[in-house]
Design a protein around this ligand. Sequence first.
Ligand code: ZN
Length: 266
Amino acid sequence: MPLFGVTFITVFSLIFAFIFGTVLASFITCTAGRLLAGMDWINEHSHCDTCGHQLGALDLFPIFSYLLLGGKCRYCGAKVPVRCLISEVLLGFVFVAVVILHGRIDVIMVRNLLLAMLMMGISFCEIDGSIIHEGFITAMLVIWIGTLPFVPDLQNYIADGVIACFLICGFFMVISYLRTSKGRECFKPGFIKLMAVYLLYTGLYAGVAFLAVSFIIHMFVKPFKKTIVPAMSVCCLIFMCCMTDRMDTSQIHGYITAVADYIRVF
Ligand SMILES: [Zn+2]
């Protein structure tokens, strides 16, 4: 559905995208907290982490509740982490940016937005509980499989993802083996799984670029030095904004041509 023909539809779509982003950010923050606490993430009512008071609809409105309550719990006055506000605003703006750049709403765009949301959830679990939660990785895989019928150039897209997965994860598994055999610190459990599923989405070229930028953010940006997963999450948001179309189609034709050219030279 093209969005930029009628002003009303454009404005409505952008406002909707922003609200959708903030709501999903709020949902994923809450889900990450519940998963870490070992709670039921679907049926449990939201409550304050400090006083345990059940939260009402007015306490759960993205952005506004935080601002109106001054970043504090209405019932006990405990501070709500500013990260909640930042993640809501950030995901709202990323969703708006993606809709503007993409120019239409389709299943693949929504899939990419859900990927950004899940990466955010994985980061929160990693920051708060130092674990890469399997539940998010499974959700990423299920969404990837479920949206395959909507991907153009399906065969090449799958081939691209699987090649990326084997090559890059294989490389990291060798490094992992070498480090372990020398008794050195290794990757966190779940890291290679997370990368494998992410690479299915990106394919080889975008995957390599994604990991390179993630490692650069991880090594040189101070708040991301402790663990790489939040850097991957930020990188995912950057990629959403600047190369969302790259994630819709396979680049496999590109490297088949490159290999063919290389062979022809000799
Ligand atoms: Zn409270």
